[in-house]
Design a protein around this ligand. Sequence first.
Ligand SMILES: Cc1cc2nc3c(=O)[nH]c(=O)nc-3n(C[C@H](O)[C@H](O)[C@H](O)COP(=O)(O)OP(=O)(O)OC[C@H]3O[C@@H](n4cnc5c(N)ncnc54)[C@H](O)[C@@H]3O)c2cc1C
Length: 279
Amino acid sequence: MIPFDFEYYKPDTITEAIQTFQDIESQGKKVIYYSGGTEFITFSRINKLSADAVIDLKGIPECQVLGSLGEMLVFGSAISLNKITQSNLFPLLGQAVKQIADHTSRNKITIGGNLHSRLIYREGVLPLLLADAQVKIAGKDGEQLVELKDIFQQEMKLESGQFLVQILVEKAYSAYQYVSLKKTKASKVGYPVVSLAAIAKDNQIRAAFSGVCAYPFRSTRMEAALNDSSFPIEKRIDHSVSCLPAPIIDDIQASSDYRKFVLINALNDTMDALKGAIS
Ligand SMILES: Cc1cc2nc3c(=O)[nH]c(=O)nc-3n(C[C@H](O)[C@H](O)[C@H](O)COP(=O)(O)OP(=O)(O)OC[C@H]3O[C@@H](n4cnc5c(N)ncnc54)[C@H](O)[C@@H]3O)c2cc1C
């Protein structure tokens, strides 16, 4: 049970959502956007989150788009993880989100919710960082299209009242050879000890990670090490791991030494799988 009362709004348009947010906030109330609602419900039940009002984005048509427009693939922020996988529009994204939670939860969890999760994993962002995705953001100053990498710095950095409307990816990215690996502590369903997404583009590997450090990331230094063909694969991987952007997590799921061991194995598997497509 959610231990507090809250108002529920389901706007039909982007403008109405923004206006509703401003109206409620101007009354001194705490308001949050809501998409799949799984995190809102889970955190509210255990008193880790509270709100006076929620704005459900699922009624906004732009947030429900799933398809292609010209050379771009478009993913509405309120699209569920299962629908993304079933669409097969961007196979790497479909595979990466298929490894999040269980099938029933993925019917509810949305890509917008995953990218804005309070949990550190946000695994859906990995393929999007590799694909130089753009995001459409709405706020009181209107809509803007920005590079995901400019707005995702460890987490989504939106201003108060802004929300994610859509994610856009060039169609070409759906054709590159890819790897999506997730290693958990025990069962198939679980938070990642290491989650890795990689593609081979123009003879070069791009790789992004979750579960290794306290936030998901793509690192140009790690990629440069992996792509340095003057060294054997083993040395490239060692060098790449020495370039991690933050300390390796050490927690109840896995020690940092174990995570490092799993990361090295995952990188070996990745290099092996992509060896035909890189120099
Ligand atoms: C059983 C279970 C297992 C899980 N395992 C994993 C895992 O292995 N890896 C992983 O990465 N995650 C995992 N998660 C976390 C899950 O991806 C997040 O909790 C996610 O936030 C849920 O999405 P939702 O659409 O239900 O979010 P909601 O509850 O709707 O929202 C979550 C947050 O995102 C914000 N938000 C939602 N949509 C938008 C938007 N369009 N614009 C701006 N802000 C928005 C909300 O305000 C809220 O703060 C798991 C969750 C569950 C329930």
